[in-house]
Design a protein around this ligand. Structure first.
Ligand code: FAD
Length: 505
């Protein structure tokens, strides 16, 4: 198989995707002669949204040697323990998808089977009472998880709500300090090799030719290299994910910042609230088939708490992904690779996994078609797993107050998702497919949030002494409640860490 050598990588685009890739690849190639250049246009700008993350982001910046507290402070971030879904199951309902576990698995049987048995015995405790992450989120308290995996206080994880432009700056500074060259210019043309169709160079503003052997397309929704130049097809998932527009607006923060994202369902979509230390991000994601832009804007503004800081920014998108994220000598990352609505804050996570796969492919500065095929297969699986997780949020709703929600409940779903739902419904099994970012407890949070429980639980649970089960689950609930009572508030945690940091600076 022919090996293509890499001497120079050009990253087109300097949004979150471009600078994250530049930072990580500058570390990865630090002991080699490979050069990296980022070309971006300040005239074009970045998408300017993307403030909620999942815990994988913390592993990403930690791998660059950055600490949580450092990033928290430099990006005006708050803690995110999960997402609260308001009104999704039915108007007036609320559940939290935490970054953490429910109860403890015992004898190889997942906790929810024990909990279901307890319910059969007449106990009324809710599943969420067995989640430390949810208890902390509801009380708006926070402390760092203990590192001892045996401790019940290690069973939650956390992420950040951050200012995306400040995070981009952190990544850019790291990359430039590690030798990445930065060019601020507009890409006017993408030049292809006449025979093999590979990208040979980019023509910039003033006619300058920027040559390289490998290109990473981080040019956002336009996909200048992967789409416009290489004509890579796009798989459209609109039949399962009807939302295709968004409007975002920042507002003044009112009251204490919550350590959770709020995702509130509306008649034709949903609205996010993402608190930062200094302001709040808000956005309405909706389907243009079911609501007009004017009405969507009115709904957004009606549900913003504080003073609005600018007029709403509008986005149109097609849910889906590129058929091949890696085509010829170009890999797409970020919005250029595709888009899944931000319901579970997965876009930045997909940038991370994309970068990780590029690093794995380049254990040496060469690539061949086998590596490309492997990359594309893994990427497709990761995207489809997340797609299914998001679809489940719509499919399981029991709202009867609008055509949008009725459509979502009645729509057909991908076989991969149907298979999962059936396994859970019939046997209480939480299947975990390869390359799936969300673990079984995340699925459990969504299923139980929609009041969707299995028809039967694991028979082995019948053998557990009912008294013992009642007592041990009561102890579990109490230890969570006691622990949370002793934790500092989210606000105190942020202030303490800011103050400590300032003292050491
Ligand atoms: C409404 C909305 C909400 C979102 N919320 C979240 C969230 O909560 N969590 C999350 O993880 N993700 C979220 N995302 C996704 C997230 O914003 C993106 O994944 C992330 O910002 C990466 O964007 P990007 O770098 O791919 O593109 P962009 O930010 O658009 O950057 C594109 C870059 O390409 C450059 N460029 C474009 N054309 C040219 C040209 N001709 N010449 C030179 N340079 C060019 C631009 O200058 C820019 O630097 C959201 C997205 C949307 C639309």
């Amino acid at each position: 198989m022919y090996n293509h050598q890499i001497n120079h990588i050009v990253i087109a685009g300097g949004g979150t995707a471009g600078w994250m890739a530049a930072a990580k690849l500058s570390q990865h190639f630090s002991q080699t002669a490979v050069k990296i250049t980022v070309v971006e246009s300040s005239e074009v700008g970045t998408v300017g949204v993307g403030e909620a993350t999942i815990p994988t982001l913390r592993r990403f910046y930690q791998s660059l040697g950055m600490s949580d507290i450092d990033v928290l402070r430099k990006t005006n971030a708050t803690v995110k323990l999960g997402i609260e879904f308001k009104d999704w199951y039915q108007p007036g309902s609320s559940f939290i998808h935490p970054f953490g576990l429910f109860g403890h698995e015992a004898n190889g049987i997942r906790f929810h089977h024990y909990w279901m048995k307890l319910r059969e015995l007449g106990d009324k405790s809710a599943l969420e009472e067995y989640s430390l992450g949810i208890a902390m989120a509801r009380a708006n308290k926070f402390t760092l998880p203990l590192e001892n995996p045996e401790s019940p206080l290690s069973i939650f994880d956390w992420a950040l709500h951050f200012d995306a432009s400040l995070f981009g700056r952190l990544m850019r500074d790291y990359a430039i300090n590690h030798g990445v060259k930065h060019i601020d210019a507009k890409i006017n043309h993408v030049n292809l090799h006449e025979e093999n169709g590979f990208i040979t160079s980019l023509t910039l503003d003033e006619g300058q030719q920027l040559k390289a052997d490998f290109f990473i397309d981080c040019t956002g929704f336009r996909g200048l290299l992967i789409g416009e130049a290489l004509k890579t097809q796009y798989v459209n998932w609109s039949q399962w994910l009807p939302c295709n527009r968004a409007m975002a607006v920042q507002s003044e923060l009112v009251g204490e910042a919550l350590a959770r994202t709020i995702a509130k369902a509306h008649s034709a979509g949903w609205q996010w609230k993402i608190p930062l230390q200094h302001r709040q991000g808000n956005g309405h994601v909706y389907s243009s088939e079911f609501i007009s832009d004017e009405k969507a804007e009115e709904t957004l503004l009606q549900h913003v708490d504080g003073k609005v800081l600018h007029s709403p920014r509008k986005f149109r998108f097609t849910p889906g992904r590129r058929t091949c994220a890696w085509n010829k000598n170009c890999v797409a990352l970020g919005l250029a690779a595709g888009f899944l609505e931000p319901l579970e804050s997965t876009s930045i996570a997909l940038i991370e996994t994309g970068i990780e796969k590029i690093c794995n492919a380049f254990s040496r500065p060469f690539f061949n078609q086998e590596l490309v095929n492997n990359f594309n297969q893994l990427t497709a699986a990761e995207w489809e797993r997340i797609r299914d997780f998001i679809i489940a949020h719509y499919k399981l709703n029991q709202r009867d107050d609008s055509n949008f929600w009725r459509y979502c409940r009645a729509m057909s779903i991908p076989d991969s998702l149907q298979h999962k739902i059936t396994a859970y419904c019939e046997r209480g099994d939480l299947l975990h497919y390869p390359y799936e970012i969300f673990h079984p407890d995340s699925w459990l949070a969504i299923y139980s949030g929609f009041n969707f429980y299995p028809e039967r639980f694991n028979k082995k649970v019948e053998r557990v002494n009912p008294k013992y089960l009642q007592q041990s689950l009561a102890v579990m609930r109490q230890s969570i409640a006691d622990a949370v009572a002793s934790f500092p508030s989210h606000k105190e945690f942020i202030l303490q860490n800011q103050a400590q940091y300032n003292a050491f600076e």
